[in-house]
Design a protein around this ligand. Structure first.
Ligand SMILES: [Zn+2]
Length: 492
């Protein structure tokens, strides 16, 4: 039999096989892709489909994970960034991602949903201004929103901006079994940290009790008086009568090396939509994104409850410098040990800009977490210089100083004058708002001359367990305390 005959005999079979193969490709391949996209994920989390291998040498394992994770974050987790080569500059990158709390300014971008959010955030004048420019005035929602603005405005009163309460947290514990594992750090975590579950409950209670987040710069602002002198002037905040002013801050948003493996997020990152979220390394060595700390949890809460935020205010993130910023090892100390230093700096800048764009403020927490009343003036100044050199380029200018250990250079407000070299140096560095820790009263804000000074209340394990009576207006610690927190909280 010649080969031509063979081919003719088998032709129908070949056609059938070919057709079947084509059908399989057409039907199954898209399914495979859709499977990879919708793979089961934990609620609110996004898995990066890359396994990060840990190094066998346990000594350097943490560092290896950190470095590999940063190279992944900086390179290819965000397809949109890859398509947008200009996205690497902080100042040229103002509003990449649409966010409900962002304020649109261009007439062509006016969005009725954003205006509605603005109204819920008590920003009536701005909402009205934008609504009047809305191209389709016959849209059925316009009349309703106009009425909401009128009613909302009539319902507000001028608040005393000195009557505000400032609460603060550290990075939240996401995995309690890792944090409270009886190692030498567990007692400290139990005293000074709050868990994600507790933070959820705290937000729920603060909201129920009519607290509203305000920005530090809403409380008071520097203005120039008729003599050309800078003076701190109380802000005019209009809110419904029953609402209470609340400032929130987070200390040490640095994701220190010692926290690795202890159940915390390891850095703030941008997700595939350009929104700020947290990453952490799970037990399989994979980088996982999700709501593992204050920033994404509060962002989400305000998205669901815009009336918890006055004009989009979120909180203040206080950073030291010695281990970099926001989980990125960006300090000059890492120049020989972090091969991704430049990429990490660029990424940290992008994250910081996205935070600023969505209502977050930044503060200095000193470079070396120094006790300002216990070091020489020279060391104090060097520390301020180092913070300015290493952190300011990443997070941008800030005028808020959140004292490490809550301990100021002096506890006397009378020392806040230019004869005091510490005060003069901090003012020269641009700081106008100063925060200590003070749980003795709910209202601790003083405005004098050209500065604002206030105390803050820690809502952590220690405070909730030992002084529930000092914070009972804010929360009910019996309700808030995480069942997974070992009690009693160790005494200090
Ligand atoms: Zn601190």
């Amino acid at each position: 039999m010649d080969s031509k005959n063979k081919t003719i005999t088998f032709l129908p079979l070949i056609i059938i096989i070919f057709t079947v193969v084509v059908l399989i490709v057409v039907i199954e391949v898209p399914k495979i892709f859709s499977k990879t996209q919708s793979k089961d994920k934990p609620a609110g989390a996004f898995l990066i489909d890359k396994v990060i291998f840990t190094n066998d040498s346990s000594d350097s394992a943490g560092k290896q994970i950190e470095q590999q994770a940063s190279s992944i974050d900086a390179s290819n987790t965000n397809p949109e960034e890859l398509q947008n080569p200009s996205a690497d500059s902080v100042s040229n990158n103002p509003t990449e991602q649409p966010d409900l709390t962002e304020i649109s300014t261009g007439v062509e971008n006016i969005n009725l949903d954003e205006i509605e959010t603005m109204i819920k955030m008590y920003d009536y004048d701005r909402a009205l201004e934008l609504l009047e420019k809305y191209p389709d005035q016959n849209d059925e929602r316009v009349a309703g929103l106009t009425l909401d603005i009128k009613n909302g405005k009539n319902n507000t009163v001028l608040k005393n901006s000195l009557e505000n309460t400032h609460i603060f947290f550290h990075s939240l514990i996401y995995n309690t079994s890792k944090a409270f594992d009886d190692d030498y750090k567990a007692a400290g975590y139990n005293q000074f940290m709050t868990t994600c579950l507790e933070f959820d409950r705290i937000l729920e209670q603060l909201y129920e009790r009519n607290y509203v987040l305000v920005a530090m710069h809403d409380l008071a602002k520097l203005e120039t008086d008729e003599n050309g002198k800078q003076v701190m002037v109380p802000g005019e905040i209009y809110l419904p009568e029953n609402k209470k002013l609340l400032v929130l801050s987070v200390d040490d948003v640095n994701y220190y090396e010692y926290m690795e493996e202890d159940g915390f997020a390891n850095k703030l990152v941008l997700d595939q939509n350009g929104k700020v979220t947290c990453s952490m390394i799970n037990d399989q060595g994979m980088t996982v994104l999700g709501n593992y700390d204050v920033v994404p949890i509060l962002d989400q809460f305000i998205e669901n409850h815009p009336d918890f935020s006055y004009r989009g205010a979120k909180g203040i993130l206080a950073l030291t410098g010695y281990e970099g910023a926001l989980g990125y090892r960006t300090d000059e100390r890492y120049k020989d040990t972090n091969p991704n230093l430049d990429a990490d700096i660029a990424e940290a800048k992008k994250v910081a800009q996205a935070l600023r764009d969505t209502g977050w403020e930044f503060a200095s927490h000193s470079w070396g977490h120094v006790k300002m009343n216990a070091i020489t003036l020279e060391n104090f100044q060097q520390d301020a210089d180092r913070w300015e050199k290493n952190i300011l380029p990443i997070i941008g200018e800030t005028d808020i100083m959140i004292y490490p250990f809550g301990a100021p250079f002096s506890w006397s407000i009378d020392d806040y004058n230019y004869d005091n070299q510490h005060f003069a140096y901090l003012k020269q560095k641009g700081f106008d708002y100063f925060c200590t820790v003070d749980c003795s009263r709910y209202y601790t804000t003083s405005i004098r001359d050209d500065f604002l000074l206030q105390g803050r209340i820690n809502l952590d394990g220690y405070r909730m367990y030992y002084n529930p009576e000092l914070i009972e207006d804010l929360i009910d610690p019996d309700y808030v305390l995480d069942e997974a927190r070992p009690l009693p909280v160790p005494p200090l």
